[in-house]
Design a protein around this ligand. Structure first.
Ligand SMILES: Cc1cc2nc3c(=O)[nH]c(=O)nc-3n(C[C@H](O)[C@H](O)[C@H](O)COP(=O)(O)OP(=O)(O)OC[C@H]3O[C@@H](n4cnc5c(N)ncnc54)[C@H](O)[C@@H]3O)c2cc1C
Length: 363
């Protein structure tokens, strides 16, 4: 992978009606007012400041793998984050802290950590996009999330017009969320990850991954084995980008798993009494996290379920909505998302919320 872009074009363009579909993994999104490519932290700050002087709205875009851009596009300046590189900024006998530029392709970073014997990111193999976007929604998969290894984030504060650092404790990390998501304030310039010097993964927490590795949950495995197993599992679900596979023309999971309090979960159990116990996990505090994929499937939206203009639920994963035809509009994808949300609510009384960032559109 040469950079994080969903599509190869990365040159600076001014005042051209380039469609943002060229820069998103959904291949959706109308024209941008202006597109600027930033190849370093300094350039990112410069492009954002210049846009401000023009009184332009700014959209920071990296791999475009977690955004749904409306058909009207984005009238302001889109700053494409293409900064690269990583370096060790602290180390001791047991750990190493790497500072990673925002535009570094995420999976290149994970591969490098595995090759170096640095443990902590291996279960996040195969996730598309950039390192700088991982704190935005506290990226997670297969029992790991970046909140466990991020120590701090170097930022440009658009409100104060200054450079700074947000320590991990102040990032507001939660399930698929942080202070950075939907923020008009923060631009992530680089991220620090503290990783263990170990040839072994952390304890494998995800039952499906443990089964795939032939170990018990809680066991550790060689880093390369964990990475290979995660990549295999993800590929089988269309969760690794593959230009030849229309099931991957998506943003990954379109909805987050609903987090319910005890009362809401009992209501769901009542409504699902004919279906058995809904798959669920303990959430933060007294909450319960319920499988959105299960709710969607049981509400009548199976894998492959079609929407207008050739959009469809992925044939490999109920949570991924895809621009299968490659020629659909954002409106069509949103129409499918609304059908699913309303259908799940009518059947189970549980609200679903979109996981990606919606730009000039709404579900
Ligand atoms: C096939 C597939 C599988 C996926 N699987 C997973 C998964 O398992 N787990 C998971 O958590 N996610 C998953 N995702 C979602 C996505 O890959 C991640 O959220 C990823 O971190 C997004 O990175 P990006 O560079 O593409 O961000 P973009 O889509 O470019 O941006 C996403 C949001 O972050 C903001 N942003 C990006 N970079 C910066 C920056 N430097 N500073 C400030 N704001 C910024 C953007 O403005 C936007 O609001 C998947 C997506 C796809 C397509």
């Amino acid at each position: 992978m040469s950079d994080v872009s969903a599509r190869p074009a990365t040159e600076t363009r001014a005042a051209e009606p380039t469609r943002l579909a060229e820069y998103t993994t959904l291949c959706l999104g109308g024209p941008a007012g202006r597109i600027e490519t930033a190849a370093s932290a300094e350039e990112i700050v410069q492009k954002v400041q210049q846009a401000r002087l023009r009184d332009d709205e700014v959209l920071i875009l990296a791999g475009g793998s977690n955004v749904v851009v409306g058909d009207a596009g984005f009238p302001g300046t889109v700053v494409l984050v293409r900064s690269r590189g990583l370096r060790v900024v602290a180390e001791d006998a047991d750990t190493v802290t790497v500072r990673v530029e925002a535009g570094e392709p995420w999976d290149d970073l994970v591969a490098a950590t595995v090759a170096n014997g640095w443990s902590g990111l291996e279960c996040l193999s195969g996730i598309p996009g950039s390192a700088g976007a991982t704190p935005i929604q506290n990226v997670g998969a297969y029992g790991q999330e970046v909140a466990e290894t991020i120590t701090g984030v170097q930022v440009y504060d658009r409100v104060e017009g200054s450079l700074g650092r947000v320590e991990a404790a102040d990032c507001g990390f939660a399930y698929r969320s942080s202070i950075f998501k939907y923020s008009e304030r923060w631009v992530v310039l680089s991220v620090d990850f503290r990783l263990a010097r170990s040839p072994l993964s952390g304890p494998v927490r995800y039952a499906e991954l443990a089964r795939a590795l032939g170990v018990e949950p809680g066991d550790a495995v060689p880093l390369a084995d964990a990475r290979a197993a995660v990549l295999r599992l993800r590929a089988g679900k269309g969760m690794v980008l593959d230009a030849a596979d229309p099931d991957t023309r998506s943003v990954g999971s379109f909805f987050t798993n609903p987090v319910l309090d005890g009362e809401a979960y009992e209501l769901l159990r009542g409504r699902a009494a004919d279906l058995g116990e809904p798959p669920h996990w303990p959430g933060a505090g007294d909450t319960v996290k319920v499988s959105a994929a299960w709710l969607i499937d049981k509400a009548g939206f199976a894998k492959g379920h079609p929407g207008p203009e050739g959009v469809a639920i992925s044939s490999k994963h109920t949570l991924a909505l895809t621009n299968r035809s490659g020629t659909a509009s954002t409106a069509a994808l949103i129409a499918l998302a609304r059908d699913i949300r309303d259908g799940v609510h009518a059947r189970f009384g549980v609200p679903l919320h979109p996981e990606p960032v919606l730009v000039n559109c709404a579900v």
